[in-house]
Design a protein around this ligand. Structure first.
Ligand SMILES: Cc1cc2nc3c(=O)[nH]c(=O)nc-3n(C[C@H](O)[C@H](O)[C@H](O)COP(=O)(O)O)c2cc1C
Length: 205
């Protein structure tokens, strides 16, 4: 696929079929992930690729509990009351669907980053999320849907115990992968003219 078609049609795909993803496809996706930049080229990333049904089921339970925690936050409580056909309402419906069906995705990838025992900073995140984006773009290019999720962190201790992740490693994203039930397409975004400035803040590019 043309790169610009991939990058402009990659979006959160939360409705996935349970059909398996071949190992060769997963390897290509992970190979794209590890080409990402990281601070000092530390490459402190790890990817736990969960296909085992029982482990996915437990992650699904924890994710559903986390969704309950999220809805206690004022922003998401309000968002969940948005009209179902509004952009926010659609996003919440899609995210709720995932919270109820996460375990049905054939593959769940836990993207992790080493912290070397110091509290994580912006740079820590900047050393794993480019890899996550590479992973999702590669998936899209191969027709595989994905969604960057983070609410598992409401149950971080249990997730780490389940997967044997060391305490000094951060779980940065839980990414379900599967064939999309719906379609890829250009995501709704604020236009470039609104977010890009020419030479100084506030002057439209
Ligand atoms: C930092 C971050 C955390 C996110 N966490 C979640 C999450 O926990 N659950 C979820 O369903 N989506 C999550 N998302 C996905 C966003 O909701 C999604 O990217 C956004 O709504 C845009 O979707 P679109 O590309 O389909 O327009 C997260 C995205 C980011 C960047």
């Amino acid at each position: 696929m043309d790169f610009f078609e991939v990058v402009t049609t990659q979006r959160a795909i939360r409705r996935l079929t349970p059909d398996p993803i071949p190992d060769a496809v997963l390897r290509r996706i992970l190979d794209a992930a590890i080409c990402a930049p990281s601070g000092g080229n530390r490459q402190g990333w790890s990817f736990v690729v969960v296909r085992d049904a029982a482990t996915r089921a437990r992650l699904g339970e924890l994710y559903r509990e986390a969704w309950g925690e999220l809805l206690k936050l004022p922003y998401y409580r309000d968002a969940s009351a948005a009209p179902p056909d509004s952009p926010v309402g659609k996003m919440v419906a899609s995210a709720r669907h995932l919270s109820e069906h996460l375990a049905e995705a054939p593959v769940l990838i836990l993207a992790c980053v080493a912290t070397d025992g110091v509290p994580p900073t912006l740079t820590t995140g900047a050393s794993i999320y480019p890899a996550v984006q590479n992973l999702m773009l590669a998936a899209r290019a191969l027709g595989v849907g994905s969604c960057l999720t983070t609410i598992h962190r409401f149950r971080d201790r249990q997730v780490k115990e389940l997967l044997g992740i060391p305490l000094e490693v951060e779980t940065a994203a839980l990414i379900p992968l599967g064939h999309p039930l719906g379609k890829f397409g250009r995501p709704p975004r604020r236009p470039v003219a609104e977010v890009a400035f020419a030479d100084r803040w506030g002057r439209a590019f």
